[in-house]
Design a protein around this ligand. Structure first.
Ligand code: ANZ
Length: 954
């Protein structure tokens, strides 16, 4: 867009507030703040301890979701949240709080590595350069961060503790009775002394080292498994469920993802499903995010039911045990391990043609179907609208309640990773089962009486009848009848019946899966794990941490054709034989080991960074307990503790926020921290959007060079199309904070971003509108400084009533707006005040000017600091008290109160509408007119109807 009304950033014209003046002011104060450590937050203890009086204040720990140092640098959308937390932090600091606010860098992981691969520079080199660049960009914004507390997740001093936490998790197990994590050593002791039975029933002493390792692996909260995982050949790595999109592709890069069986590290986050769900209630988070977490954890109440098949039992998970009489067939996930055990050599007599898939034997049919299913993602398999496929296994199981023989199928709409990987199919009342039954000509038995008038004869039904609010029919068998019961009572009755017979039980199932924690990438934290010659994993002792990422020449991942489902990952670290094969003494003499060559996912570093901000240089613990307790500990309104304010985008709802909560809980259980939740209050800022323009070919053209005329948009004379969306380099519409700082100054940029709208709402960027905030600052400046002489124009003396009212209303409104993160309305109120003062056209009284400056200070700290000093102060504006409104000047109007003596009006008083009865009575009896009317007579009674009437009886 062409700029028509931008002031030129030329040299300072006299003493006007111009871009050049702003640049000078801002650079000067940033240097002073750095030199004086203005934003350093003292800890209550240890070597960071500060002034005891400061430490005794109430505290506020304020955080941003920390940035990836991307190669593209920042555009104006990125700092929206950082500016907001900064304004809030400054206001809190000025309101008597001890404020901790800093910012680090989340620097491991795919984005940084992909950038490095693209540009052919080592990830460490490019990441460090990107961090430096981002620091310069951020510094320009005047963010009040305690820089001593900043770090990057790639610093060995930091990831030493990431590895240390991994070891804590590895060395613990979840005691379901105590509902908490405990050290594995306690589990081993219980196995040794027999207080807990060893799975498999053998004595602990009789097990070999490898067997013991295997048993413990089944308990550890960090464990190795070779389950089917999300393998993404296009990225050359496996991914967590949370990193796979709803259409079964990688969130990053949009490549296909396949199920592949690989040995990988996992985090047993499922052990915490209940607590992760329950503790959400006490958090001050947006409801939408809580709901996403609840759905992701996905608690389902239901039952497990055993269907006998020869000597085996197939256990299903169902949320509708009440429909058991309607189960006319079963389906197993194609990968279900029981399938091999029972498939017969030949199709039973009279097997329906559509059931066999045209194969000669069940074995052939199953093998072919499994192959087909393996090439599909879970999401594709579950897609509602698709035709149901499957194949008969050749066997029948027995419905435990009706005794009916039901055919057993495998079909891809049943997933191995959910419930038990097997279902009882109730086609009359489940949509997917209905479609499958119609396709395979299976019986459909109605057991829930339709309330929509279709009747119980299913022959003519076109879809399943799905209802949780109807009565059961056709459901009587030996020793049980559900007929006539509602769904809820029927569920309870059948669950009891199954439990009594030992063929089922009520159960809760979670959708949440364990967190896949290995990546086949270079740029991540190495695992502090080595394997001995028998392949048994050993943790490294703490003294060997950090295990540094080796410098290598070839750090690129081995990627494959995106649709090559049969490819296998190769870890970059495995190419480095000298690093991989080591001789170590782990306490039983020097032996040969092989290092784990996977790395941790990029989420690891952000799972606990809030703790390290508290005590960043502690070499003997991840955080000093006393310091953690002070900043993070449980308190009134925050029973699980956590950061006071955490601001970031809504896109992290189930990834980072769930993982960080899980690590917090483990560290809490093990006694390392007092807070069981990392982030007490979460706020999601909106996005800054921007127009983008495409030419006739659909190619983006630079937005800054597009002209608007006659209602159309033109680039180099050619018409272009305008679209609304994200801001970004690829859309050629990115505006950098640097450009805006250059043109107007950081204070203007800060004000503009905060004034654009409510913080949680997305807003379109409009460079032409920035000037509005620039003008506000110019008027503010003019109200205090003479533009010709540079002299401060304030005068001594008392302001008039109207000025005091305008001032105190602004203080009251803007103060509570800042505390409530409503920065746009705070700015509106300050603007109103400033305009009123400008309009009055008189020099400001000193007391007005000072409070105006203090009011502006959180939003535009540089100009405020400058004016504060020009007003004669020598200390920083940052640590001044935020002005307090005098309520007398805040109330809008006064009300007229009538005072009667003996029923006659003797006085009219102007009183505040909220006056108390006692105050009003005092005012009334002391009024000169009333005193005269009383003439010394004794008052018998005063009837007060605040604020309008006082009646005095004598
Ligand atoms: C019988 C039934 C009858 C079911 C009925 C539903 C309706 P949520 O709510 O998501 O927990 N199911 C169980 N395990 C499955 C798996 N591994 N793959 C695909 N589907 C599976 O859903 C639980 C229901 O989904 C279970 O209850 C089961 O079907 C199916 F009228 O059992 B139901």
């Amino acid at each position: 867009m062409s700029e028509t009304n931008t002031p030129a950033p030329e040299a300072a014209e006299g003493h006007r507030y111009t871009a050049a003046m702003a640049a000078d002011i801002e650079a000067r104060w940033q240097d002073v703040w750095d030199a004086e450590g203005t934003y350093e937050a003292p800890n209550p203890t240890g070597d960071l301890a500060g002034d005891p009086a400061v430490v005794a204040r109430p505290k506020k720990f304020i955080m941003d979701m920390f940035p990836y140092p991307s190669g593209a640098g920042l555009h104006v959308g990125h700092p929206l949240g950082y500016i907001a937390t900064d304004v809030f932090a400054r206001h809190q600091r000025m309101s008597g709080h001890n404020v901790l606010h800093t910012l680090g860098f989340d620097a491991f992981g795919l984005p940084a590595e992909q950038y490095a691969v693209q540009t052919g520079t080592h990830p460490r080199v490019s990441t460090e350069a990107n961090i430096e660049n981002m620091k310069v960009q951020l510094r320009r914004l005047g963010l009040g961060h305690d820089k001593r507390r900043s770090f990057a997740t790639i610093d060995p001093e930091y990831y030493k503790w990431t590895q240390w936490i991994f070891l804590q998790i590895y060395n613990s197990w979840y005691d379901a009775d105590a509902k908490k994590a405990r050290p594995v050593s306690e589990l081993v002791a219980a196995f040794e002394d027999g207080t807990r039975e060893v799975p498999g029933g053998r004595a602990w002493a009789d097990l070999t080292a490898a067997e013991r390792a295997d048993v413990l692996n089944g308990f550890r909260l960090a464990y190795a498994s070779d389950a089917p995982v999300n393998w993404c050949p296009g990225l050359g790595t496996v991914l967590a469920n949370e990193e796979v999109t709803a259409d079964g592709r990688s969130e990053r890069g949009n490549f296909p993802v396949f199920k592949s069986r690989l040995s990988q590290w996992n985090m047993r986050i499922t052990a915490y499903a209940d607590r992760l769900l329950d503790d959400l209630d006490a958090l001050d988070w947006p409801e939408a995010i809580k709901l996403q977490q609840r759905n992701w954890i996905g608690r389902s109440e239901g039952a497990r039911v055993d269907f006998a098949l020869g000597d085996e039992a197939i256990t299903v998970f169902t949320t509708r045990p009440d429909t058991l009489f309607g189960a006319t067939y079963m389906v197993l996930a194609p990968e279900h391990p029981l399938v091999e055990k029972f498939i017969p050599a030949a199709w039973p007599e009279g097997t329906h043609d559509v059931w066999t898939g045209g194969y000669a034997t069940p074995a052939e049919a199953v093998a072919a179907y499994r192959k087909q299913a393996a090439s599909k993602s879970d999401v594709e398999r579950q897609a509602e609208a698709k035709d149901k496929t499957g194949v008969f296994t050749g066997e029948y199981a027995v419905n435990p309640v009706s005794g009916a023989k039901v055919p057993v199928f495998i079909a891809d709409y049943v997933l191995m990773g959910y419930g038990t990987g097997a279902i009882m199919a109730v086609p009359a009342h489940d949509t997917r089962d209905f479609e499958f039954a119609r396709a395979f000509e299976l019986p459909v038995r109605c057991v829930v009486d339709p309330t929509d008038g279709r009747g119980t004869d299913t022959a003519e039904w076109e879809d399943a009848f799905v209802s949780h609010d109807a009565k059961l029919v056709n459901s009587s068998g030996e020793g049980i009848s559900l007929d006539g019961l509602g769904v809820v009572e029927a569920k309870a009755a059948i669950t009891d019946w199954l439990t009594e017979r030992g063929i089922g039980e009520g159960t809760v199932n979670f959708r949440l899966r364990d967190w896949l924690f290995s990546r086949q990438r270079y740029w991540g934290e190495p695992f502090p794990i080595v394997y001995d010659e028998a392949g048994v994993a050993h943790p490294l002792p703490e003294s060997m941490l950090p295990l540094e990422l080796p410098e290598v020449e070839d750090y690129s991942p081995r990627t494959f054709e995106p649709d090559d489902a049969t490819s296998k990952p190769e870890t970059p670290l495995s190419r480095n034989e000298a690093w991989v094969n080591v001789e170590l003494d782990l306490g039983d003499g020097v032996k040969s080991y092989r290092r784990e060559t996977n790395t941790m996912p990029n989420w690891a570093g952000s799972c606990w960074y809030e703790l390290r901000y508290l005590d960043p240089h502690n070499a003997s613990a991840l955080v000093d307990p006393e310091i953690e307790q002070y900043w993070m500990g449980p308190r009134e309104g925050a029973p699980h503790g956590g950061v006071d304010l955490y601001v970031g985008g809504a896109e992290h709802a189930v990834l980072h926020l769930l993982y960080a909560r899980f690590w917090s809980k483990v560290l809490f259980d093990l006694g390392h921290v007092s807070s069981a939740e990392p982030f007490h209050k979460l706020f999601n800022q909106g996005m800054i959007q921007a127009y983008a323009y495409t030419d006739a070919r659909g190619v983006y053209v630079p937005a800054a060079e597009v002209e608007e005329r006659d209602g159309g948009y033109f680039y180099q004379g050619e018409p272009v199309k305008r679209e609304h969306g994200k801001m970004g380099k690829s859309l050629k519409n990115a505006v950098t904070p640097d450009e805006i700082c250059e043109e107007y100054g950081a204070d203007t940029l800060r004000l503009y971003e905060m004034a654009m709208g409510p913080l949680d709402v997305s807003r379109p960027w409009d460079t032409r509108a920035v000037v509005g905030q620039y003008r506000l600052l110019q008027r503010l400046w003019r109200n205090i400084v003479d533009e010709e002489t540079g002299e401060v124009t304030v005068v001594d003396g008392e302001p008039d009533e109207a000025t005091l009212r305008a001032l105190h209303k602004a203080i009251d409104g803007a103060g509570s707006d800042m505390a409530g993160l409503r920065f746009n309305t705070a700015i509106a109120k300050i603007t109103e005040l400033n305009n009123a003062l400008t309009k009055a056209g008189r020099p400001l009284e000193r007391s007005v000017a000072e409070r105006l400056v203090l009011l502006v200070a959180p939003l535009a700290p540089h100009i405020a600091e400058e004016l504060w000093h020009r007003l004669g102060h020598t200390d920083s504006v940052v640590h001044q008290d935020f002005p307090v409104a005098d309520p007398a000047y805040v109330v809008d109007e006064t009300v007229t109160c009538v005072v009667q003596v003996k029923g006659k009006v003797k006085a009219r008083l102007e009183v505040p509408p909220g006056i108390s009865e006692a105050d009003l009575e005092q005012l009334a009896v002391n009024d000169a007119g009333v005193v005269a009317a009383l003439g010394g007579a004794e008052i018998r009674k005063v009837i007060v109807r605040a604020p309008k009437l006082v009646n005095i009886v004598i």
